[in-house]
Ligand binder design. Structure first.
Ligand code: AHR
Length: 814
């Protein structure tokens, strides 16, 4: 149901329900200590109480699951502002504070530290005491706002339970044919964003190391630690087999301080082997060339082989160098292998140090050294993304302050880069670093959209504190003391962090003849600027005071130094709620050009919110729908995403960018579902959702042309048909998209008009994705084809049930 209609009904309901109510009412917290949700009870006479099962707010403190709790909440009202203080955790010395203007929408929480333990204990005791008798009188309008919020939540809950496939199933039995007419109104058009369709690449689910990054050796530099994963250490993914050799991890004289660990093999009698298992094995293709490189130091000869099930498929002999030196050879494989291993075998008495043992296929995407896995990169490139957001959402703002992503730690020689733990519980080599991300963007014709932390880590981190985990300190707050945080050996303050962001812009766009930073880029093979236009600041953070202070500082600093950069801000992890509302308030007040919205919702949510952007303000801040997906990889998910996208296209004057999330997931290492593309070492498995993204990416436009759809059936039929008409001014092509959520085939008479079609071809490309039945149970489209369609100023399109049809009408060749 349309949002506007629902709003009208709700207003009527609220009027009729709450007319003749008292001016004010008694309210008291009604929560069990140690739970997450702040709820109240109210009373007219202070004697009989009614519980309201709707959260004023939820504790947003600390790690998901284990820490988000509230104790001894106390409410107050000063005649204007409602306030609440609670203890989020009985041991951390912090209190939680929040306030509200209307009793329904509460400000994102702040968690000030209490200066001493005794002071904190006093506050806890006071809160405990006061909370027992905390009854306040508030205007009835406050309660009414909360009850209205409850009604909205209940309505959304009910819509969530509405499965539009099931509720539309009976349409299949109707005997009358479903016929519709789509009339294109050429006089009614508007400019829309040409950059609507993009991708969000996050190093999640082994998307980078072991995934898109083509390195075949796992833990090539012996830098895995228990921080990455509790069972891991510098030897992970390696093992020593056989006798006569000892194997140790050393740190005395590394190649580089950022790559502190290396292996030492001491062999008395040859026969032992140091083996790397790769990423679930090493997959090799017969007759292909592989670049093997490794650093050696010491004395003795050894052999490096690729071995598959006992069969050597390639091998080379090395002699250790006196000092650390990188040796490089090319291996050609004699047979293919699914699960080969890399075997290092001393062939005489040895004492050798080894580090940075790397194996890359020569065939990478676009042939770059230190490049990307070709098949995977090609499937991504086929999406025709106009931009790439990277290097992650949570992976960007990190697991505690120490884990905030620093782009500078990811460029330069590989062994100089600083590896890091990945918030998704594994290791980031940073071999796929900012240079490689920018190069990939250039290779696929996409704008780079790096997103970096707003000076605060992920608010749900378990590392480095609690609450919002604080933020990077400002110099002034340190009062002359050194910052407790460093990266690459340098002290980390907000001032240095801002400089780091400014340095990124210079590194990407500076003149390699004059700028030291740009010289790093040139040395890595890209003398020309990368032409960075966008910079994302923050990722769905809690919009509390700690965040706002840093966010404003960074935005201000970037604006002053680089007014040419378009900043993309953040508005929380959901489509509504405190962070969304306060994030938007900040965006409007601070004129932030674009904000990044995130929502992972059900198919029902998307079905009932296809008008989500219709009411957005056309002026001012625009939207980047940076992370969205409909919680599944069945065809029904892809269908509703297509239907939603036609509506996003209609609103692409406001929504200027969008990206499905997450993009990649390796089978067996998936930390998040659903994803757009699954893969293993051999195969790339695009999902039904992928084909929708690809169809829209390959057929986007920069002008929206309004059209009118008349359907011969009832509303249940009309609301299961969506469409959009766009023009791509670069090619002149006209693109019509029709999405049918109907269980029955239909046909649409498309009226383009004689005049408008002058200069267009009489044939068009018709791409169809369709599913005969059970779209809610199956993951693959039955039909996924493109064919030629004869068209005219008026023509009929046969629309299969559960389908996406895209007609691309080309400009006639002169
Ligand atoms: O896309 C997966 C995660 O979802 C992102 O890291 C984060 O931004 C969001 O919560």
């Amino acid at each position: 149901m349309k949002q506007s209609l629902m709003a009208a009904i709700m207003t009527m309901m609220s009027l009729s329900t709450f007319a003749n109510q008292p001016d004010s009412v008694w309210v008291r917290p009604d929560v069990k200590n140690g739970t997450r949700d702040m709820q109240i009870a109210y009373s007219i006479d202070k004697k009989h109480w009614t519980h309201v099962s709707c959260n004023l707010f939820e504790s947003d403190y600390g790690t998901w699951g284990s820490e988000k709790k509230l104790y001894y909440p106390v409410l107050s009202y000063d005649g204007k502002i409602y306030r609440s203080v609670f203890i989020p955790n009985l041991k951390n010395g912090q209190i939680a504070v929040t306030e509200s203007e209307d009793f329904a929408l509460w400000k994102p929480q702040d968690y000030p530290y209490i200066s001493s333990d005794s002071e904190f204990q006093k506050i806890v005791a006071t809160q405990e005491n006061v909370s027992k008798t905390n009854i306040i009188r508030i205007p009835y309008s406050g309660l009414e706002n909360l009850l209205n919020k409850k009604m909205r939540n209940d309505r959304n809950g009910a819509l969530e339970r509405d499965n539009f496939i099931a509720s539309g199933a009976n349409i299949a039995n109707r005997t009358e044919p479903i016929e519709a007419t789509l009339s294109v109104n050429w006089d009614d058009r508007k400019a829309i964003s040409p950059d609507l369709m993009g991708i969000f690449f996050e190093d999640i689910s082994y998307a980078a190391d072991g995934g898109l990054y083509a390195e075949l050796i796992q833990n090539r530099d012996f830098e895995y630690t228990a921080d990455d994963h509790r069972d891991w250490n510098a030897k992970t993914a390696w093992r020593l087999e056989g006798n006569g050799t000892t194997w140790d991890i050393e740190t005395k004289a590394p190649i580089h301080k950022n790559n502190a660990h290396y292996s030492t093999l001491k062999t008395i009698t040859p026969g032992a082997k140091l083996i790397n298992e790769g990423w679930d094995g090493i997959t090799l293709e017969k007759g292909k060339k592989y670049n093997l490189s490794l650093f050696t130091k010491g004395a003795g000869a050894f052999r490096v082989s690729l071995v598959n099930n006992g069969t050597v498929v390639a091998s080379k002999t090395f002699k250790a160098t006196k000092e650390w030196q990188q040796q490089k050879v090319v291996l050609t494989t004699s047979s293919s292998a699914d699960k080969a291993e890399l075997v290092i075998e001393p062939i005489e008495a040895c004492n050798i140090d080894l580090d940075f043992i790397s194996l890359f296929p020569q065939e990478t995407f676009k042939g770059h050294a230190n490049g990307l896995r070709k098949d995977l990169a090609e499937v991504i490139a086929d999406l025709k993304p106009r931009f790439v957001r990277f290097p992650g959402g949570c992976a960007s703002h990190g697991q505690g302050i120490d884990n905030i992503y620093h782009w500078q730690a990811t460029v330069g020689d590989l062994w100089e880069r600083e590896p890091a733990m990945n918030i998704w519980s594994y290791h980031q080599t940073r071999g796929l670093g900012f240079h490689e991300y920018f190069q990939f963007c250039e290779d696929i014709g996409a704008e780079p959209l790096p997103v970096l932390a707003a000076g605060v880590p992920c608010q749900n981190s378990w590392k480095g504190g609690a609450g919002q985990q604080g933020g990077i300190p400002f110099e002034a707050d340190l009062k002359g003391k050194p910052s407790p945080y460093t990266y690459m050996g340098k002290p980390l303050t907000m001032e240095s962090y801002l400089q780091e962001l400014l340095d990124l812009i210079e590194w990407a766009n500076g003149d390699a003849k004059t700028s030291e930073l740009a010289k790093i880029r040139a040395k890595a093979g890209h003398p020309k600027p990368f032409n960075l236009k966008y910079l994302g600041i923050g990722n769905e953070d809690l919009i509390g005071d700690v965040f706002l202070k840093r966010y404003r500082f960074l935005i201000d600093g970037i604006r002053k130094a680089h007014p040419e950069i378009t900043i993309v801000g953040t508005v929380g992890p959901f489509w509504e709620g405190s962070d969304y509302e306060y994030g938007w308030r900040e965006a409007k007040a601070n004129n932030i050009p674009i904000v990044d919205e995130h929502y992972y919702n059900s198919i029902s949510w998307y079905f009932h919110h296809r008008d989500f952007y219709d009411n957005y303000d056309r002026n001012g801040t625009k939207v980047y729908l940076g992370e969205w997906a409909s919680k599944g990889n069945n065809v029904v998910n892809a269908l509703i995403e297509a239907s939603y996208l036609t509506n996003v296209e209609r609103n692409a004057d406001v929504v200027v960018m969008s990206s499905y999330a997450p993009l990649l997931a390796k089978e067996g290492h998936t930390s998040w579902n659903p994803d757009l593309i699954y893969f293993n070492n051999k195969e790339v498995k695009p999902t039904a959702n992928y084909y929708v993204q690809r169809a829209f990416g390959q057929n986007s436009g920069d002008e929206y042309i309004y059209a009118d759809l008349q359907v011969n059936g009832g509303n249940d039929i009309r609301e299961r048909m969506d469409y959009s008409v766009v023009k791509d001014s670069q090619t002149g092509d006209l693109i019509i998209k029709v999405v049918s959520l109907l269980p029955k085939a239909s046909n649409i008479k498309i009226q383009l008009g004689e005049e408008a079609m002058q200069g267009y071809s009489t044939t068009a490309d018709l791409t169809v994705l369709s599913k005969e039945n059970e779209p809610d149970r199956q993951r693959e489209w039955d039909v996924n084809t493109t064919r030629t369609l004869t068209i005219g100023s008026e023509f009929t399109l046969d629309v299969p049930n559960y389908s996406v049809s895209i007609i691309r009408i080309k400009k006639a060749k002169k």
